[in-house]
Design a protein around this ligand. Structure first.
Ligand code: GCB
Length: 558
């Protein structure tokens, strides 16, 4: 270890844990180092040893005992390296990670480094990182780092797709087997399905097959079934010679379909009620925070919501697991937020990020749609071919889920929506346009969604609407930034949503945002974005009660 070092927790963002402004606003390479021991039994058993990172933002280079082992680009998805030949037994191992959080027009999301080469006006070498989004560009090793072992012939992946036929649940599975040995006996698979009481309900042989579960309990979203989030466990055993590997994969049996007007889960129309969120909290930044995850799910249930969008990047696996278990529906969004220039280099990165996201999240029953982007400049001529390629790629990897994107430009000139199965739109009537005039909301919302539906002829939903609200600030008649304004703003929207719901093509409302969150420093953000229904500390604003009445009332009707 060389140079100055400071203690730095993992998982966490590095930005807010010190008293140092340079660290908070840091752009460039940061180095992490730690040491660990490995039990000698891992060597005696001839295990394959893997080093796994849940996520590290943004470019990561990993070294073990001074030898490079893996690079990864992109902040919100896992990566790993087989380190069997790099680890040492009985002595210390040194793990070193170099991280760079710089965003450019060829990263996803995009950003720009602006050098202010003007010695008369700026200190020498002054530069700033500008980004195409408002949330703070937190950086660090954000999720857990794990060392695990597998046998040398091992289960590499399991793909599960479910269907329903009457009361029978159909599980199509494929087990991918890999080998760290040059040649091995072709193994066979034995697959058992256990219900939530741990009773064996079905079994099959072969590494690729179809299992029928009779009188199955389906995975239902919360609010429309007394037992939401029902999960079976698929126990996959790999056998052959002295090979033995076992993996337990949870499975929710459910289907997702879209027509030109509706979104169906298990054949029943589903109306999205919920939020856009962020992974964001005090001190930890974007670092995974287990108590916060549990609290957020408790708040989601308290308010009666049934869904959220992982705006604007894939969330921690712990969050996805909770969504599965609690029957909360997820629109899984890629980190492609605010794309404004499209070329083949960016496209390659975007396809790669979709591959990694689908690879990680494909077996989550809670994930019902892939959102390929948020607010791209989709009227640019290059956007047409670009989004066709992104959607084709996504569907090739997973044909079982619809694809969407959160659009915000004028629908008249948008070139991306035609490739989507579902249209999401972000609108801020009465906030970014006509601030203070809640009376415009009803007409404008109805008008834009009706005309958009006429254009696309696809189910459509609002993926963002919201008003910045400083908790505790009141003024009546309502004035912007007060709790009274946020409340009135929501109620005007809800009237319009009810009108649109009656038309049959409007399939959901996701408010912006679940909670207040930290932003970059901007003159229209007073220490963060305050559009939360909850504060950053997860206390309800007045609007939370309005939303709770609405969601519980709508859930009672379904
Ligand atoms: C948007 C963005 C979201 C912002 C929000 C706002 O359209 O999608 O990331 O935070 O507006 O509050 O400005």
């Amino acid at each position: 270890m060389t140079g100055d070092v400071i203690p730095m927790p993992v998982p966490s963002s590095f930005n807010d844990v010190t008293q140092n402004k340079t660290i908070r606003d840091y752009v460039g390479w940061a180095w992490y180092e730690t040491q660990f021991f490995i039990p000698t039994s891992w060597n005696a058993d001839k295990q394959r040893i893997v080093l796994y990172f849940g996520s590290a933002h943004y470019h990561a280079c990993v070294f073990l005992n001074g030898i490079w082992v893996v690079n990864h680009t992109g902040g919100h998805l896992p990566f790993q390296a087989d380190v069997t030949n790099n680890v040492k037994f009985s002595v210390k191992n040194w793990l070193t990670v170099a991280l760079n959080n710089t965003l450019t027009h060829h990263t996803i999301p995009q950003g720009k480094v602006i050098y202010k080469d003007n010695p008369e006006e700026y200190p020498e070498g002054f530069y700033v990182q500008s980004v195409n989004f408002d949330f703070f560009n937190y950086a660090g090793i954000h999720r857990s780092v794990i060392l695990y072992t597998t046998p040398t012939v091992y289960i590499d992946d399991i793909i599960v797709v479910t269907k329903i036929n009457g009361t029978t649940g159909i599980i199509n599975y494929t087990v991918a087997v890999n080998s760290a040995q040059p040649s091995y006996i072709s193994p066979s698979c034995y697959v058992e399905v256990f219900d939530m009481d741990d009773d064996l309900v079905a079994q099959e042989k072969k590494c690729q097959n179809v299992i029928n579960v009779r009188n199955a309990k389906f995975w239902w979203p919360i609010g429309i079934h007394p037992q939401p989030g029902y999960l079976y466990t698929l126990k996959v055993t790999l056998l052959g010679g002295n090979i033995k590997d076992v993996y337990y994969q949870t499975v929710g049996i459910r289907t997702v379909e879209v027509t030109d007007r509706t979104f169906l889960i298990n054949g029943k129309p589903f109306y999205f009620m919920g939020f856009g969120k962020h992974e964001d909290s005090n001190i930890r930044g974007r670092g995974v925070d287990l108590p916060l995850i549990v609290k957020d799910f408790n708040l989601i249930k308290w308010i009666g919501a049934n869904s959220f969008r992982t705006s604007h990047y894939p969330y921690a696996e712990e969050i996805m697991d909770q969504a599965d278990k609690q029957g909360i529906v997820v629109i899984d969004e890629s980190p492609a937020v605010g794309l404004d220039a499209f070329d083949s280099v960016l496209l390659t990165k975007h396809l790669q990020v979709m591959t990694e996201m689908i690879q990680r999240d494909k077996n989550h029953p809670s994930v019902v749609m892939w959102s390929v982007a948020n607010e791209p400049k989709s009227s640019e001529p290059e956007a047409k071919n670009y989004f066709k390629r992104v959607v084709d790629h996504t569907k090739k990897l997973d044909s079982s889920r619809p694809v969407t994107a959160a659009l915000s430009g004028p629908y008249e000139t948008d070139l991306a929506g035609k490739f989507m199965d579902v249209i999401m739109q972000n609108h801020y009537f009465g906030w970014y346009s006509d601030p203070g005039y809640t009376q415009v909301i009803y007409k404008q919302t109805i008008s834009v969604f009706t005309k958009s539906y006429e254009k696309y002829k696809k189910p459509i939903m609002i993926s963002e609407y919201g008003a910045d609200t400083v908790v505790g600030l009141h003024m009546d008649p309502a004035f912007i930034f007060t709790e009274d304004y946020q409340t009135e703003y929501l109620m005007e929207h809800h009237k319009a949503f009810d009108f649109l719901r009656d038309k049959g093509f409007f399939i959901g409302e996701l408010i912006w945002n679940f909670a207040d969150f930290m932003t970059i420093q901007k003159i229209n953000r007073v220490v963060g974005n305050k559009k939360g229904i909850f504060t950053r500390e997860r206390q309800p604003k007045a609007a939370a009660k309005v939303l709770r009445c609405r969601y519980l009332h709508l859930a009672n009707q379904s």
